[in-house]
Write a protein that binds this ligand. Structure first.
Ligand SMILES: Cc1cc2nc3c(=O)[nH]c(=O)nc-3n(C[C@H](O)[C@H](O)[C@H](O)COP(=O)(O)OP(=O)(O)OC[C@H]3O[C@@H](n4cnc5c(N)ncnc54)[C@H](O)[C@@H]3O)c2cc1C
Length: 492
């Protein structure tokens, strides 16, 4: 999210830019697994960089999301207190909201609360309305930023992990614990990557959970990322009528707490947990975590427990020992570190990009604007906006928009083909899912994985084994060259 937003911002200037991503796709790190709330920043610590950038990010995303095709719904939030202590905290939260530039946060009587959310559990002691909070699509957002960056001339290199960084001509790339004098003047940075060396005069580190490791390669030691895992439960679309707003808890010093929220895909979300763990790859859900969430959910919205769970997932926040983002530009090194973007980066991404590029300019990066900037519009995958299967005009223009492949999410053959042939095509089924919603419905791909994978293989010229991620020794499958009947056969 953060790296693609910065690349998009840099694409406005006459620069040669390359975006390096370790994974097979953009947006497949923490950015794909979060709560997807468009935060106002009402509860941030006033005076922090995070408070300022979340507020500005809320404004920028609200302005740009419609044109970029990012599904965003202004549903508003109700922050609910459940005991006397939480009730006593509400005036302080309101004062903090005012300090953060959110004067519209206001108290709500219990009568109004239950009138607006009739299925809320009994026992609420008070509430605040936060009208500016909303929900957005965490998958389209980084894809839109990256697509616009690429359209603006940024070179995207996927499956390219940075493993060492050295000043030009110095020989050995620095390894994580290497030490060099801070602010040493550099000709250029030489990056050792899994896909060969890269030379860069200026370097931006937006490596999320691994930003501290890269920062150490540059000789700094300002922060350590301790992943804070958040587990979430997704309820089926039939649960959606249970609520109208985002239902927020009273936040604590370490977490925003467990909320219930609608998603732009028409589901309900319960979560997240907040667990500090040691492993930067441990996105497992746990029985204990899910049980805790369900108990909390039963209190907030008792009807939830009667609803079907569609999926569970977990994401890792890049938490650090500091209570603020770790964003610093080292002019002497021509280096920007963008770390510690923990719980709010989806919202603040555009503001972080604006801030970082401004700071890079002040540090000496020549920012000469291009005469024009190419804008893109992503295909809509949100429930509240037009989808091709509902449009007679879209179907008349391309009959493939009338052919549904994933029936739970009503994803058409036309949408799948457009994604596979897009500017940043998916490399695996997970990437296709994040571009189209295919496989993410109530059957979780039970019925349509074969058809979707077959179409993906056929349209991309890749083998079924590659598409399904089956090891070569087990696949025995040839590259799909035949028509649809043969591809379907290969999928079953
Ligand atoms: C449970 C949870 C709930 C959240 N809820 C919200 C919310 O409701 N609203 C909100 O605004 N924010 C929310 N967030 C926060 C938001 O998701 C993050 O702040 C944001 O996604 C961080 O984006 P990022 O680009 O910094 O990190 P990432 O998405 O992790 O991106 C970093 C990228 O760097 C790549 N990388 C790492 N090391 C290297 C290397 N050595 N070389 C090359 N590439 C590398 C990774 O592969 C990755 O793709 C939540 C987070 C979690 C975990």
């Amino acid at each position: 999210m953060v790296g693609t937003a910065i690349a998009r911002e840099l694409a406005r200037y006459r620069l040669d830019c390359v975006l390096l991503e370790a994974g097979p796709d953009v947006g497949a790190g923490t950015s794909k697994a979060n709560t997807a709330i468009w935060h106002t920043g009402f509860d941030a610590k006033p005076g922090t960089l995070e408070a300022r950038l979340v507020r500005r990010g809320h404004e920028l995303l609200g302005e740009h999301a419609p044109a970029l095709g990012i599904p965003l719904e202004r549903v508003g939030a109700l922050l609910v207190a459940w005991n006397a202590e939480e009730l006593a905290a509400l005036p302080g939260i309101r004062e903090r909201a005012e300090a953060n530039g959110c004067p519209d946060v206001r108290p709500v009587t219990l009568q109004e609360l239950y009138w607006r959310e009739p299925r809320l559990g009994p026992g609420a002691t008070g509430a605040l309305e936060v009208p500016g909070e909303g929900i957005l699509c965490p998958w389209t957002t980084p894809l839109a930023f990256a697509t616009e960056a690429v359209a603006g001339g940024v070179e995207l290199r996927l499956a390219t992990r940075v493993e060492g960084i050295a000043p030009e001509g110095s020989g050995e790339p620095r390894r994580p614990m290497g030490r060099v004098p801070v602010d040493q003047a550099l000709g250029a940075h030489e990056l050792a990557t899994t896909a060969g060396p890269v030379r860069a005069r200026w370097l931006v580190n937006a490596a999320g959970l691994h930003a501290d490791e890269l920062d150490r390669m540059l000789g700094h030691d300002g922060f350590t990322v301790t992943p804070r895992r958040g587990q979430l439960v997704v309820f089926d679309k039939l649960a959606r009528p249970l609520l109208r707003h985002i239902l927020l808890p009273v936040p604590t010093a370490t977490t925003k707490g467990v909320l219930v929220a609608p998603t732009v895909f028409g589901n309900l979300l319960l979560g997240p947990t907040a667990e500090d763990i040691g492993d930067k790859a441990d996105t497992a859900s746990t029985a204990e975590g899910l049980a805790g969430l369900l108990a909390r959910g039963a209190r907030i919205l008792p009807g939830l427990l009667a609803e079907e769970v569609t999926a569970v997932y977990a994401g890792l926040r890049a938490a650090t020992e500091h209570a603020d983002y770790q964003i610093r530009v080292h002019a002497g090194q021509r280096y920007a570190c963008v770390g510690g973007v923990r719980s709010t980066g989806l919202t603040s991404s555009l503001a972080i990009a604006e801030h970082v590029v401004g700071e890079l300019g002040r540090a000496g990066l020549p920012l000469h604007p291009k005469p024009s900037v190419e804008r893109v519009r992503m295909p809509n995958i949100g429930e509240a906006f037009p989808r091709p299967y509902r449009s007679a005009a879209a179907i008349a223009a391309d009959p493939d928009h009338g052919r549904i492949v994933c029936h739970c999410e009503r994803v058409t053959r036309g949408e799948l083909l457009a994604a596979v042939r897009g500017a940043i095509p998916p490399r695996d089924l997970d990437g296709l899912r994040r571009r189209t919603r295919a496989l993410m419905g109530r059957c979780q791909g039970f019925y349509c994985t074969g058809a979707v994978a077959s179409l993906f293989a056929e349209a991309s010229g890749r083998s079924m084994a590659e598409v399904l991620g089956v090891p070569p020794s087990r696949s025995g499958a040839a590259r799909v060259r035949g028509g649809p009947a043969r591809s379907r056969g290969a999928a079953t």
